[in-house]
Design a protein around this ligand. Structure first.
Ligand code: DGL
Length: 224
């Protein structure tokens, strides 16, 4: 999906600006929340978005499969002349960022490090929760990024594998979804976190329910 910049073509002709698109990749459509944030921050940039809806979800797949898929999607973005690549998918960021950075001829930005920075800046009691896919949580990528920034930080991480299928199904307000969410979040709440990284592109669609279940004193940080 090519999203042209919000500026005029005349402005592009008269400036030295690099008009090639920013490439954004995700395992599906969840990364469009990241695209909205990018468009707000960089209204003059055009964006080429590729969501791998044919092979979503990535969250239950092996590291080597996620790496292979991420490299394939990134190659397609390069073919569209992307000048830089944003990996909006947390699972791909957790498992494939180092090899993408190594292999691609353009800069690559994932969501783990920015999310960890925002969370360490937000926490007051240095106790941060992380939710995400099984693959993201198993990789401990957020834990490492958070501890690199602040070695005193305590991290309580929880994989929430049932949330992506429920969200894909459109069951955003269903009682079943809220009950499952409660089951996932209860231990984090009981553990005393004051900040949570919503570490999956799908999860912000449940933002209101997550905030309600954790209470207003907990700060939510998402990939966007
Ligand atoms: N895009 C994935 C992520 O942010 C969530 C969906 C999936 O499992 O592919 O981790």
């Amino acid at each position: 999906m090519h999203l042209p910049s919000q500026s005029t073509a005349v402005a592009d002709k008269n400036s030295d600006r690099d008009v090639r698109p920013i490439g954004v990749l995700d395992s599906g459509i969840g990364g469009l929340t990241v695209v909205s944030a990018l468009r707000r921050a960089l209204p003059n940039e055009s964006i080429y978005y590729l969501g791998d809806t044919a092979r979503v979800p990535y969250g239950g797949k092996s590291p080597s499969t996620v790496q292979r898929y991420s490299h394939e999607i990134a190659s397609l973005l390069l073919r569209e002349n992307a000048k830089t690549i944003v990996v909006a998918c947390n699972t791909a960021s957790a498992l494939a960022l180092p090899t993408l950075e190594e292999d691609l001829p353009v800069t690559v930005t994932g969501v783990i490090s920015p999310g960890a920075k925002a969370a360490t800046a937000a926490t007051r009691n240095e106790h941060i929760g992380v939710i995400g896919t099984r693959a993201t949580i198993k990789s401990r990528a957020y834990e490492h990024a958070l501890r690199n920034l602040n070695s005193a930080v305590r991290v309580t991480a929880r994989a929430c594998p049932l949330l992506v299928p429920l969200i894909e199904e459109g069951w955003l307000r269903s009682d079943v979804t809220v009950k499952i969410l409660m089951q996932y979040l209860q231990p984090l709440r009981g553990d005393g976190i004051d900040t949570i990284v919503v570490g999956c592109t799908h999860h912000p669609l449940l933002r209101a329910a997550i905030q309600r279940l954790l209470g207003d004193s907990v700060t939510l940080v998402d990939s966007a």
